[in-house]
Design a protein around this ligand. Structure first.
Ligand code: ATP
Ligand code: MG
Length: 141
């Protein structure tokens, strides 16, 4: 059993796409172990995306991630990290497979509708960035 962090980014959340995206998550066999809606401060967005600090797109990414509320979720299943990233599609919506969330709902490489952890260690950091243990449903064995 594996857990991953998912974010419905400000572009998708403001377009009221959260319900459609949650349907896709549940239909793919992922379970929701935690959920909240937050409007990130710049400091919080910078901390979350610290691995990208210094890259040319970092300032724009922080502008985007703080422009409105996001929905943050812990998702759980076998291979949850890969399963959620496959459901999202690749970073650039124009290159993402048909039917993926980024292809359907993203509008540019930056405004790409969703986030997913990319590795078990990043997932652990990202999940605990937003949730404490009491807020996460205990993984089913
Ligand atoms: P995420 O971490 O959000 O799930 P990802 O793992 O597919 O996305 P990363 O390389 O980690 O992609 O980039 C993090 C985010 O930074 C992207 O989702 C996107 O919003 C933004 N980003 C990445 N590359 C670019 C770029 N070349 N130009 C503009 N924004 C970018
Ligand atoms: Mg990433």
């Amino acid at each position: 059993m594996e857990q991953t962090l998912a974010i419905i980014k400000p572009d998708a959340f403001s377009q009221r796409l959260a319900g459609k995206i949650i349907d896709l998550i549940l239909e793919a066999g992922l379970r929701i172990a935690a959920v909240k809606v937050v409007h990130l401060t710049r400091r919080q967005a910078e901390g979350f995306y610290h691995v990208h600090a210094g890259k040319f797109f970092f300032g724009g990414l922080v502008d985007f991630m703080t422009e409105g509320p996001v929905m943050v979720m812990v998702l759980e299943s076998d291979n949850a990290i890969t399963r959620w990233r496959e459901l999202m599609g690749v970073t650039d919506p124009a290159k993402a497979d048909a039917g993926t969330i980024r292809r359907r709902f993203g509008s540019s490489v930056e405004r790409n509708a969703a986030h997913g952890s990319d590795h078990p260690e990043t997932a652990a950091f990202e999940i605990h960035y937003f949730f404490n243990d009491l807020e996460i449903v205990r993984a089913n064995p």
